[in-house]
Design a protein around this ligand. Sequence first.
Ligand code: OAD
Length: 232
Amino acid sequence: MSSIRFSDFERIVFFTGAGMSAESGIPTYRGRGGIWAEYKYEDYACQRAFDRDPEKVWDFHDKRRAVVRACEPNPGHDIVAEVQKKKPGTIIVTQNIDGMHQRAGATDVAELHGSLWRVRCDAEEIVREDTSVPMNPRKCSCGRYWRPDIVWFEDQLDHRVVRRAREALEQCDLLVSIGTSAVVYPAADLPRIAVQHGAETVEINLEDTPLSPLYKHRLRGKASEVLAELNR
Ligand code: OAD
């Protein structure tokens, strides 16, 4: 049993990764059954792949849209949204692109890696929401392909989203990392900011990660179950 209770804190940052959505049935990226074990990111998740074969990259993203659409937020997402409602200083900083936090009712979500549910045309400088499955039409009125508004491998993070995440991490009194392997940079480095500013720190994961030593409380188990314990 952990000594940490959400009710003792006011400004909580939930820093989430694919393990947060695993109990919804959405595959994680690494490990057994992970997306990158089945698909080479060089062929499906980088600008070069998109420039080479946009149809193939869209086929992959359409499959992912269909999987995510068929899944529901899990009790862990519900707890995170509920805590945010009770504690308005709470922010979710997520690496996930699935939109599950928002579907569970969360409002303040900094999406470090973009969203599966937004597309953009870099030529026209347009970004828009698009929830069609499959995504249709694939081309903008200018004739170029819409591009998923996702931070792919080799892309830069959106500096406005990073700034928001950094500010939240500087100001939080509790950081809760949930279900991330902590190997993808620069996202993996962000939790360090909260540690440097003296926040209480909790890592929830099934197993240790390279950044586990950063956290004072390392809670092992399924996200939804550990979150329920902290929300008691
Ligand atoms: P990973 O797939 O790398 O890691 C998932 C983590 O979740 C692992 O550490 C698991 O042990 C843990 N986990 C799995 N199920 C869990 C559960 N039920 N409860 C708690 N923990 C669980 O996913 P990320 O760390 O999110 O980038 O990956 C980071 C980035 O790499 C992603 O944002 C993605 C990917 O390339 C983009 O999509 C741009």
